[in-house]
Design a protein around this ligand. Structure first.
Ligand SMILES: Cc1cc2nc3c(=O)[nH]c(=O)nc-3n(C[C@H](O)[C@H](O)[C@H](O)COP(=O)(O)OP(=O)(O)OC[C@H]3O[C@@H](n4cnc5c(N)ncnc54)[C@H](O)[C@@H]3O)c2cc1C
Length: 345
């Protein structure tokens, strides 16, 4: 009898596996590579919403927890995935600069926004009104981290590289059984794949497609992540991730010419040097209408659980949601009402 089955190994599944490993709980993972959201993510952690200069929901708490989780993963796997990376917001107008200063004065944002504007020294960029700098930001190499963690799970013979078939799940009162595997609990972390899950697909997941282009430019020489209408994120080796797009209508993970053109156009507005597009990636963000994740336990089957709806901020919310669910299952600690799926009962 295992303690848990985890279905899906993106940021949600990894966050839950990490807490299980830390607490010496047994588990197996099913992963079928059907959803790509975590694998294509920009990997930025940034506690501020840079469109409106407002704090992300519970950003302080989530940031501290997320960093401790990813540092623990680094230690456990003896690899490095975290890079501290300044995020610079390009101002389009003087009015935006003034809004930034107003935001800096708010106690909740004071910790994250620097009131010293940054002058652009990079001739490759057209920055007429300077930058505002966000503090405590960085980048996680999500794809590398997921691959390494999956290899670690595979070497312990706990990984099934196959689709989980929900119809084959036998749910009993105090355990579940699936193709010969018995476990006390099962956690569904399927991202946009939730739509195929008959136990939880009543939850109103929206889905928002995002695409990035990866460019190569010798002349850009950028060391920070820059946010204008899109992000430029340095990857090293003269490569940069540029994006992302937001599209609610297309629910495929296929890259499109339309997104490539949109990103190229937005980039050309403030980039003065040549570049080559070397790759393009796409995935569906598991978004929700109320911008809060789906965390909790099935209303009838008390050994079926879910972590989903991490939206566009999975790096910060994933570990918070996983801890909330773990404490709820093992210690009956109530979930925050804003994330608990009971809000849809
Ligand atoms: C273009 C883009 C850029 C982004 N950039 C950022 C960023 O910079 N910072 C940030 O914090 N967030 C970012 N996000 C959001 C973040 O990636 C998501 O919040 C996060 O990936 C959601 O993780 P998840 O584990 O819930 O879902 P997913 O990553 O989709 O993982 C679900 C997993 O379940 C598997 N699965 C599904 N069904 C089954 C099944 N039946 N059997 C077996 N396996 C199954 C899938 O293959 C998949 O691996 C970005 C998203 C996109 C699309």
């Amino acid at each position: 009898m295992k303690d848990f089955i985890i279905v899906g190994f993106g940021l949600a599944g990894l966050s839950f596996a990490e807490i299980l490993d830390r607490n010496q709980k047994s588990y197996v993972v099913f992963e079928n590579n059907s959803e790509l959201s975590s694998r294509v993510a920009g990997g930025l952690y940034n506690p501020v919403i840079l469109k409106r200069f407002t704090p992300a929901w519970m950003a302080s708490e989530q940031l501290a927890l997320a960093l401790s989780v990813y540092k623990n993963v680094e230690k456990q796997l003896n690899e490095s995935f975290i890079t501290e990376l300044p995020v610079l917001r390009r101002f389009n107008t003087v009015e935006e600069q003034n809004l930034w200063f107003t935001a800096c004065d708010k106690p909740i944002l004071n910790e994250f926004l620097s009131s010293d504007l940054v002058k652009n020294e990079n001739v490759a960029l057209d920055i007429p009104f300077q930058f505002g700098q966000v503090k405590h930001t960085g980048r996680i190499e999500v794809k590398k981290m997921l691959c390494s963690y999956l290899s670690y799970i595979e070497t312990r013979q706990l990984l099934f590289k196959e689709s989980f078939e929900h119809t084959a799940l036998d749910v009993q009162e105090d355990y579940v059984s699936y193709k010969g595997i018995r476990a006390k609990n099962i956690i569904f972390c399927e991202g946009y794949g939730l739509r195929n899950n008959p136990f939880f697909n009543y939850l109103p997941l929206q889905g928002n497609k995002g695409e990035y282009i990866i460019i190569k430019s010798k002349d850009l020489q950028l060391q920070e992540a820059v946010k204008s209408s899109i992000f430029i994120i340095p990857l090293g080796g003269d490569l940069y991730k540029v994006g992302a797009t937001y599209n609610r209508d297309d629910k495929t993970s296929v890259v499109t010419e339309l997104a490539k053109e949109e990103l190229r156009m937005k980039l050309d507005r403030f980039l003065n040097v040549d570049y080559e597009i070397v790759d393009q990636v796409a995935g569906i963000r598991p978004t929700t209408k109320d911008r809060r994740p789906f965390v909790g336990t099935h209303r009838e089957h008390l050994n079926l659980h879910i972590i989903n709806g991490l939206g566009s901020r999975g790096i910060l919310i994933g570990p918070y949601a996983a801890k909330g669910l773990y404490d709820y299952i093992t210690k009956s600690t109530p979930l925050h009402t804003e994330i608990d799926i009971k809000r849809f009962d």
